[in-house]
Design a protein around this ligand. Structure first.
Ligand code: GLU
Length: 312
């Protein structure tokens, strides 16, 4: 039995009985408290599932849990399997959006993709058809594939490399392309993503569907540890002279309503933190003005979100 989403967010809401949009706990979190939460999360993730459509993801250990809390003020706190490297998968989506907002501006980006929530699965073709070929938001596959089509470069590899360098430089992370994961993604045909790319092309939202899809597959395989993911998350937290605060705010607003697939609205009501998950079990939450929480735990619930990540 897969559990429902927790009605609290233990790290950010630890001290607040009402737990709504609160972040009292981040600055005071201790190593012992985090260790206790990780031990509880290891129990929560039992019963979660590994995805099978990317064979290498199915080889992960469902019991792995890693967490890093990065605070604007104060030290990092980290625990669990923190040396594990994992592909970001859909967690790359908010950072593609951020990159393109910075490079192209809001008008160009939002002429390609909407910002409405979707209650359909992340790879829904029906949603795209219902929206007459315009992707509903950048956090579902249709939106991310459309945006992958706007990254600069001649092919998937060079576009991914441009994004990787930009993110590493600005966030001080050390993302790398996991070539073995990319091979694994390519090893089984993803008919749904192909159909999405083709519909985007016929509806005028994509010029070169094959290049966009290959770019999307590459960027999903950018990999790192929870330290890298927490650093990336900080791009959306700090008023950072290199990133426009307005663009940060837009990405955070979209994450609140769209970051966790069909679970987004429930999580927004219960927790209220901008959060993005990926099918690898990666998850990042932004605690505005305070810091970022990065989690990795590969056991997923029925909506494709990390069970331990939702708990933490
Ligand atoms: N590459 C994955 C896919 O399109 C990413 C999905 C996810 O992380 O949610 O199926």
């Amino acid at each position: 039995m897969v559990e429902k989403i927790e009605a609290s967010h233990p790290i950010s809401d630890r001290d607040n009985p009402n737990h709504h949009q609160s972040s009292l706990g981040l600055s005071a979190l201790t190593q012992d408290q985090l260790n206790t939460l990780i031990a509880q999360a290891k129990v929560k993730c039992q019963g979660g599932q590994l995805p099978t459509y990317i064979p290498l993801l199915a080889q992960a250990n469902p019991g792995w849990v890693a967490v890093q809390v990065q605070r604007i003020q104060g030290e990092r706190v980290a625990g669990g399997d923190i040396n594990r490297s994992f592909p970001l998968m859909s967690v790359i989506k908010p950072f593609v959006l951020l990159f393109l907002l910075e490079q192209l501006g809001t008008e160009a980006v939002f002429s390609q993709v909407g910002m409405e929530a979707s209650d359909q699965p992340f790879n829904s073709l029906a949603q795209l058809q219902a929206d007459r070929g315009k992707p509903r938001n950048p956090m579902i596959n249709s939106g991310a594939i459309a945006l992958a089509g706007r990254l600069p470069g001649k092919d998937g590899a060079s576009r991914c490399e441009t994004l990787r360098q930009w993110l590493n430089q600005r966030s001080q992370s050390q993302l790398v392309l996991d070539e073995a994961m990319l091979q694994s993604v390519r090893s089984l045909p993803n008919e749904r993503n192909h159909a999405i790319a083709n519909l985007l092309a016929t509806s005028g939202y994509l010029d070169h569907p094959e290049i966009a899809l290959d770019t999307y597959n590459h960027i999903c395989c950018l990999s790192g540890t929870v330290t890298d993911l927490a650093q990336l998350g900080m791009l959306l937290v700090q008023d950072n002279s290199m990133i426009s605060p307005e663009h940060c705010r837009m990405v955070n607003d979209i994450l609140i309503t769209c970051g966790l697939y069909q679970a987004s609205s429930r999580f927004a009501t219960d927790v209220g933190l901008p959060t993005k998950s990926g099918v690898s079990g990666a998850m990042v939450s932004i605690v505005p003005s305070q810091g970022a929480i990065a989690c990795y735990s590969p056991a997923l619930d029925e909506m494709g979100n990390s069970q331990a990540g939702l708990f933490i």
